[in-house]
Design a protein around this ligand. Structure first.
Ligand code: NAP
Length: 325
């Protein structure tokens, strides 16, 4: 089969090689002896793959390996225990091996493709939307009627978080760096958008502050995020695309009665098959209700995986970046 491999840990320009590799066995490392085999039509591109080309991600398989955490396609075979069967159109999370014509995912991380989604939208669904739901609802304890501030609001996690927050009955404020990204955040459904290069914290305060801040960016905006929270607000730490890992002066938490909480989706849900299926069902309903509708800003053929990674590396993502087969 055709696949992209990471053959050396030298960054997106030189780490990748596209060619023929053997098809995988119908067994996933999380569920040995069992796995849903998917004929892949589209596969997501995300920060873990960018970091993996540099050997900087926590999952470090020996090279060469096929990266790619999420796919959409058609089930070729599935174990008895799975809720999907051969011929079903699905989205699935193989975690590795997705940048290939055939991938194998655990049954508990395989879900029906929502009606009306194309394959690229399906490939945008699991990592970002499951993370957004987990971060907002489970870790951030988001309640109906609350206000959510979303950093990186035009990116993959950001657009997903805005849509999920709207679906959970919240008001949303997006933070973005450019006018084009402002357009994308509004298209995702942001009620208000502020620019990261302006006095955004003051603008958020004028809008009444935030009950929940979802932060995939980190860096120097962290302190102003804390200052943007209302009493009993929650700042949910999701990632560090801005580069530096912020430090919290905990007196701010005491003085303002606010929380900082971490949200690491993969580590939390991997051992919880039932929770994965529950989150999948909740997102399926939000898709049916029209709230979840992934924005795919960049589509590349498999052969151009390096260019796809450069979009993320260059801060250029508008919604999700996807490889199509
Ligand atoms: N915790 C979890 O379970 C989990 C799950 C999935 C992803 N993540 C993490 O979430 C983060 C965001 O992922 P994503 O797929 O949403 O990425 P993305 O689509 O590229 O969006 C990231 C956003 O970060 C902002 N940003 C600020 N400084 C940046 C810089 N120097 N380089 C690149 N972007 C910068 C950009 O928005 P502006 O230009 O508007 O500032 C960009 O749109 C990543 O760190 C990823 O690893 C965490």
């Amino acid at each position: 089969m055709r696949a992209v491999q990471i053959t050396e840990l030298t960054g997106p320009d030189s780490a990748l090689s596209v060619g023929e590799v053997p098809e995988p066995e119908p067994s996933h490392f999380l569920t040995p002896g069992e796995g849903v085999v998917v004929d892949v039509e589209a596969t997501g591109v995300a920060f873990p793959e960018l970091l993996q080309t540099r050997g900087e991600y926590q999952i470090k398989p020996p090279v060469p390996f096929v990266p790619g955490s999420e796919v959409a396609g058609v089930v070729r075979s599935a174990p008895e225990s799975a809720s999907v069967k051969a011929g079903d159109r699905v989205v699935a999370f193989p975690m590795l091996g997705g940048w290939a014509e055939v991938a194998v995912a655990p049954a508990f991380l395989t879900f029906p493709l929502p009606d009306g989604f194309d394959a690229a939208q399906g490939a945008a669904l699991i990592l970002n939307y499951h993370t957004a739901y987990f971060a907002l609802k489970i870790r951030g304890r988001l309640a109906q009627g609350e206000t959510v501030l979303v950093h990186g609001a035009a990116g993959g996690v950001g657009t997903a978080a805005i849509q999920v927050a709207k679906g959970l009955g919240a008001r949303t404020i997006g933070v973005v760096s450019t006018q084009e990204k402002e357009r994308v955040a509004r298209e995702a459904g942001a009620d208000e958008v502020v620019r990261s290069d302006s006095a955004w914290k003051d603008a958020v305060k004028e809008l009444g502050g935030a009950d929940v801040v979802l932060d995939p960016v980190g860096g120097d905006r962290f302190t102003d995020s804390l200052r943007s929270l209302k009493e009993e607000g929650r700042l949910v730490v999701v990632g560090f695309t801005g580069g530096s890992i912020p430090e919290v002066r905990v007196n701010r938490l005491l003085l303002n009665n606010v929380d900082v909480v971490g949200a690491g989706w993969g580590a939390y849900v991997i051992g919880k098959p039932q929770l994965n299926q529950e989150i999948g069902a909740a997102l399926h309903q939000l898709a049916a209700d029209g709230f979840v509708k992934p924005l795919v800003g960049h589509r590349f053929p498999l052969e151009q995986a390096a260019q796809a990674l450069h979009v993320l590396d260059g801060r250029g993502a508008l919604g999700k970046v996807v490889l199509e087969l």
